[in-house]
Design a protein around this ligand. Sequence first.
Ligand SMILES: [Zn+2]
Length: 222
Amino acid sequence: MSFPERLIKGYRAFLSSRFTAEQSRYRELAEGGQSPEIMVIGCCDSRVSPEVIFDAHPGELFVMRNVANLVPPYTPDGAQRAVSAALEFAVQALKVKHIVVLGHARCGGIRAFADRGEPLSPGDFIGKWMELLTPAAASIGPLRNHSNFADYLNHLEHASAIKTLDNLMTFPCVRILVERNRLHLHAAFFDVATGLLSVFDPEMKIFASVAGAESGRRKLKP
Ligand SMILES: [Zn+2]
């Protein structure tokens, strides 16, 4: 099986354009190391690359992606935990100033939880991972409380991003820095179809469009 031709072509395009333009930046980052100020926790979904959405340059964003942009609560049990490891490195070593949980519309992971379909494999890794959504689902009530299934999914996508902020605060290293005002947590939401980005306002309890469009304002609960 040959290496995907799409990647060879893409790499050559990168080498002749972006790498050439940003060569000095890459060299500085190689010599001085990375010092991103922002960690983004995003979904694996191929449509929601944080570097693309935020037009980021190399070294600017420390990105961790998993199915449905989730963070399991702090569990110091000695298990090999990818999310906890990335979080620990970002907060303790890189000393990022912001953590952004980036949810998105039409999330397949959220949909899988709502559909409660058959396991994709005997391990049912998706099914077990998506159980992390249970508290967020409880916070928005059952499907019948929502006008339709799409509306339910949308509320669940928003509620999950907010619940993930709560889970971040269960990590002592995060909570201490947040309380000292040295680390700031944010939830944001990207609408794949419209390109609209909204950011959670913890006081108003709404996701408000960063462009300020009234149509982008979304209440947390129905
Ligand atoms: Zn997703």
